[in-house]
Design a protein around this ligand. Structure first.
Ligand SMILES: Cc1cc2nc3c(=O)[nH]c(=O)nc-3n(C[C@H](O)[C@H](O)[C@H](O)COP(=O)(O)OP(=O)(O)OC[C@H]3O[C@@H](n4cnc5c(N)ncnc54)[C@H](O)[C@@H]3O)c2cc1C
Length: 346
C-alpha cells in the first residue's frame, strides 16, 4: 500500500479538508475548539503510533510523517495540541510499568488526550523541575515553562529530575489540583489558540503507580538528543500549504526544492543509527526552515496588502512557521541554526 492510500492518511486528509483548513483562520483567533479535539479523538489518529493490541494502528513512520504534514498544513494550532499526545503514547508503549495497562488503551483509542511537560529537561544541568520521593509517592517542585493544551487534554505526562539524577516521567490529570498552579493562557505571536500555559509545581504528588519512565538522566538525554536534530514534518506541511497561495509559475521551482529537501531529510531520519550524521541532519533541519520561511514570504508577497489582515491565510502560515523555528530547540540546534544563518550568502 502506498503512503497516500493508507486509511489514516485518507482520514487526516478528510479531516483537514472538511474541518480544519476551512476553520483555521477563525481557530487561530478564537482558540482550538473542543469540537476539533473530539474530531481528532474519533479519527484514529491519536493511536497511530500505538500497538494494535491496545487499539492503535502501529502505522509505518512514513504514514506518521504524512499525517503530521497534512494536519500541520491545515491548522497548525490543532496539529500542535494533538502532537503532544504522541510522546506519552510511545513512552507507554516502551514501558513495562503498571501505568501502561491503565492508560495505553484509552490513549491509543482516543478516549483520552494527553499533553506533555518535559522539554524543560533539555535545559539540564539547570533543573526547572525537581522530583523527590516521599512515603506517599513522588513530589514535583518547580516551574514548567510551557504546557500546551490546558483545558483540552485530559492527562499530562510530567517530567522532572530526581535527587539521584534520574529523569522521571509520570502521568497526572490535566486539571487544577493541590500543588499545581496554572498561569493564564499565553498570548503568543502564533499558536495562542493552542492554550499554552506555564505550570507552577509546589509539591504536586504523583503516586508510584503513575510513573511511566525512570532512568539515569544521561541515558534519557542520549536517546532524546537525536530526536531534536531531524527536520520536523510540520515544517513541510506549512511549506506545502503556503505554496498553494503562490502562482504556479513561482510555486513550481519552490515545490521542487521542497521535494528535494524532504526526500533527503526523511532518508536521513530513517537511517538506522540515530546519533550518526549529526551535522547533516542539523543542516537539513535549517534548510527546511529556510525554505519554509521563503515560501511563507512568497505567500505574503503574493497576497499583497490583504495578506496583512488577521483573517488572511498567508500571514497565519508565516506566524505559525515562526513558532516552529523554536519548537524542540536545544542548545545544539540553536547554535547550528544561527551559524548557518550567519554563513549563508546574501
Ligand atoms: C508555544 C510553545 C508551546 C510549547 N509547548 C510545550 C509543551 O506542551 N510541552 C513541552 O514539554 N514543551 C513545550 N514547549 C517547549 C519547546 O518544545 C522548546 O523546548 C522550547 O521552545 C525551547 O525553548 P526555551 O527557550 O523554552 O528553552 P531554553 O531551555 O531556555 O533554551 C533552549 C536551548 O537553547 C539554549 N539557550 C537558550 N538561550 C541561550 C543563550 N542565550 N545562549 C546559549 N544557549 C542558549 C538552552 O541551553 C537550551 O538548550 C513549547 C514551546 C512553545 C514556544
Amino acid at each position: 500500500m502506498t503512503v497516500t492510500a493508507h486509511p489514516l492518511v485518507t482520514r487526516a486528509r478528510e479531516l483537514a479538508d472538511g474541518l480544519l483548513s476551512p476553520a483555521a483562520e477563525r481557530v487561530d483567533q478564537d482558540g482550538v475548539p473542543a469540537s476539533h479535539i473530539e474530531a481528532i479523538k474519533h479519527s484514529g489518529l491519536l493511536g497511530l503510533n500505538a500497538p494494535v493490541e491496545y487499539g492503535g494502528s502501529a502505522a509505518p513512520v512514513a504514514v506518521v510523517r504524512e499525517t503530521a504534514e497534512i494536519l500541520a498544513g491545515a491548522c497548525c494550532s490543532t496539529w500542535f495540541v494533538q502532537t503532544q499526545h504522541h510522546t506519552p503514547v510511545t513512552t507507554l508503549t516502551a514501558t513495562g510499568l503498571p501505568v501502561r495497562e491503565r492508560l495505553l488503551g484509552p490513549l491509543a483509542r482516543g478516549e483520552l488526550l494527553s499533553g506533555v511537560a518535559y522539554a524543560h529537561l533539555r535545559s539540564y544541568p539547570r533543573l526547572p523541575v525537581r522530583v523527590r520521593r516521599q512515603a506517599d509517592g513522588w513530589h514535583f517542585r518547580g516551574t514548567v515553562p510551557w504546557y500546551t493544551g490546558w483545558g483540552l487534554n485530559d492527562v499530562m505526562l510530567l517530567a522532572g529530575v530526581t535527587e539521584d539524577d534520574e529523569a522521571l516521567f509520570a502521568f497526572t490529570e490535566a486539571r487544577k489540583q493541590p500543588g499545581l498552579a496554572v498561569s493564564e493562557p499565553m498570548r503568543l505571536a502564533a499558536l495562542t489558540a493552542s492554550r499554552t500555559v506555564s505550570l507552577r509545581l509546589d509539591g504536586l504528588r504523583v503516586p508510584e503507580e503513575a510513573v511511566a519512565l525512570r532512568l539515569p538522566f544521561g541515558d534519557w538525554a542520549a536517546t532524546d538528543r537525536p530526536k531534536t536534530r531531524n527536520a520536523n514534518p510540520a515544517v513541510f506541511g506549512i511549506t506545502s500549504a503556503a505554496l498553494e497561495l503562490v502562482e504556479e509559475e513561482y510555486a513550481a521551482p519552490l515545490r521542487l526544492r521542497l521535494e528535494g529537501i524532504r526526500h533527503r531529510a526523511y532518508t536521513l531520519a530513517d537511517h538506522p543509527v540515530p546519533h550518526e550524521h549529526t551535522e547533516e541532519r542539523l543542516a537539513l533541519r535549517e534548510e527546511a526552515f529556510t525554505l519554509m520561511r521563503t515560501t511563507t514570504t512568497a505567500a505574503v508577497v503574493s497576497g499583497g496588502g490583504r495578506a496583512m489582515s488577521v483573517g488572511n491565510r498567508a500571514q497565519r502560515l508565516a506566524r505559525e512557521g515562526l513558532s516552529l523555528l523554536v519548537q524542540g530547540q536545544t542548545g545544539e540546534s540553536r547554535t547550528a541554526h544561527l551559524q548557518r544563518l550567519a554563513e549563508r550568502p546574501r
